[in-house]
Design a protein around this ligand. Structure first.
Ligand code: CTP
Length: 405
């Protein structure tokens, strides 16, 4: 997948820059061509000479080097690449990207580019979770910038938590997925879908939350099945233990509000499948610090969450062509599911019984009924992946209007 791919690697100033020599080596082993821009900060952690030796190319460092500008200016640098990879992406460079600042060669190339961009964030956990960084991340995500990592673990600063740059194999896997996407074939090639999956977490205070038993198995399986049909899929997922299907663009969220924002940022799409078990309620005023036990239990006041399926289904220019919802019911399955389809204005409802003893939540099997404008189809009990495959095939059929071989 990486053979002959031209990667413009921007190395910013974080301790994870020490992983960059290994990254370059692995990329070149796979046939990729790597050219580096090293920021001033990055040069504190890795030398231009190391990067030049490993990449086999000149390393670019200074915007105002006349010789460089005449040989290979920032515009050409940013255009003669198939992708720009920023690794490590510090909080500073993310902020500059989000706000369009261009005060050095790296940020100027990023602003001047017409090429896809991938970032591998790396920073201290407090910097990563700071609302400013998270807002910048949301801005970058809404501009379709690809994000890989960060992971959780020991940080160089001695603290533990999110913020550790994705490991080299994970960055390579993300690049592979990215390039695979462009080569997709199948009945849903050149179609875009968003899939919501998993539970939502609604915080009560920084350590407690309200959640549900959704495992994300069905939603993740649908994302994988759509990918297999050639579709470009954004998977918006609450916290789950499910492996991320190869090739999806993953957006991790916790609350219903965040899920709605991510879904709206993923528009326009042809297909929306809302398989997430979105919490109906959020806590009106989550406590900013841990609630102490005290003599009496606290009262938690709930407020209504936005309905993502109903919001996406509203008529309008951005409405996906096909909106599919789920109905999780414990009784009057078909009647309630039909009522949900009408109330939320979606095109299809996949109705499933989640009553005690059905094993649907967390289990590997599902018995569903597909409710469309034409009526109700009863599907036999199947593995969740088989339900997903059949649903993806039905979606392809509906969008293409002819049977797929
Ligand atoms: N859904 C949503 N946003 C919400 C609640 C639900 O997008 N805030 C979506 C789910 O992803 C699913 C469908 O709506 O596709 C139905 O979810 P379900 O939990 O069955 O229904 P609710 O609307 O929550 O109604 P109730 O809990 O009363 O059955």
């Amino acid at each position: 997948m990486l053979e002959q791919r031209r990667i413009l690697l921007i190395v910013a100033g974080g301790i994870a820059a020490v992983k960059v020599p290994d990254l370059i080596r692995r990329l070149r082993e796979r046939g990729a061509k790597v050219r580096c821009i090293l920021t001033k900060g990055g040069a504190n952690f890795v030398t231009p000479l190391t990067l030049a030796a490993l990449s086999g190319d000149k390393v670019y460092t200074d915007l105002f080097d006349l010789k460089d500008e005449s040989e290979m200016g920032h515009i050409r640098l940013s255009r003669e690449a198939d992708i720009i990879l920023v690794a490590p992406a510090t909080a500073d460079i993310m902020a500059k990207m989000a706000h369009g600042l261009a005060d050095d060669l790296a940020t100027t190339a990023l602003l001047a580019t017409d090429k896809p961009v991938m970032i591998a964030p790396s920073m201290n956990v407090m910097m990563w979770t700071h609302p400013a960084t998270q807002a910048n991340l949301a801005t970058l995500q809404s501009r379709q910038i690809n994000i890989v990592g960060p992971g959780a673990g020991d940080l160089a600063c001695g603290e533990v938590g999110d913020g550790r740059m994705a490991e080299v194999p994970d960055i390579i896997a993300a690049l592979n997925r990215f390039f695979q996407k462009g080569n997709r074939q199948g009945p849903l090639a050149r179609r875009r879908a968003l899939v919501t999956s998993g539970p939502t977490y609604e915080p009560i205070d920084p350590v407690r939350y309200i959640a549900n038993r959704s495992s994300g198995k069905q939603g993740h399986a649908i994302a994988a099945a759509l990918i297999a049909q050639g579709c470009d899929v954004t998977l918006i997922s609450g916290p789950t233990h499910e492996p991320v299907p190869d090739g999806v663009t993953l957006v991790k969220i916790e609350t219903a509000e965040q899920m709605l924002k991510a879904a709206q940022a993923a528009l326009p799409v042809d297909i929306a499948v809302c398989a997430a078990a979105v919490g109906d309620w959020t806590v009106e005023n989550p406590a900013p610090s841990k609630i102490k036990k005290g003599a009496k239990p606290p009262t938690v006041k709930l407020a209504q969450n936005p309905d993502i399926l109903a919001t996406l289904s509203k008529p309008g220019s951005k409405r996906p062509r096909l909106v599919v919802g789920f109905a999780a019911e414990t009784n009057n399955l078909i009647k309630n599911a039909k009522a949900k389809r009408a109330a939320k204005q979606c095109d299809w409802i996949v109705a499933n019984d989640v009553g005690t003893g059905t094993g649907t939540f967390g289990g590997d099997h599902n018995t569903v009924h597909l409710i469309t404008a034409d009526g109700v189809e009863d599907w036999p009990s199947m593995r969740k992946q088989a339900v997903a495959d059949r649903l993806a095939q039905r979606i392809a059929l509906a969008l293409n209007g002819k049977p797929q071989s």
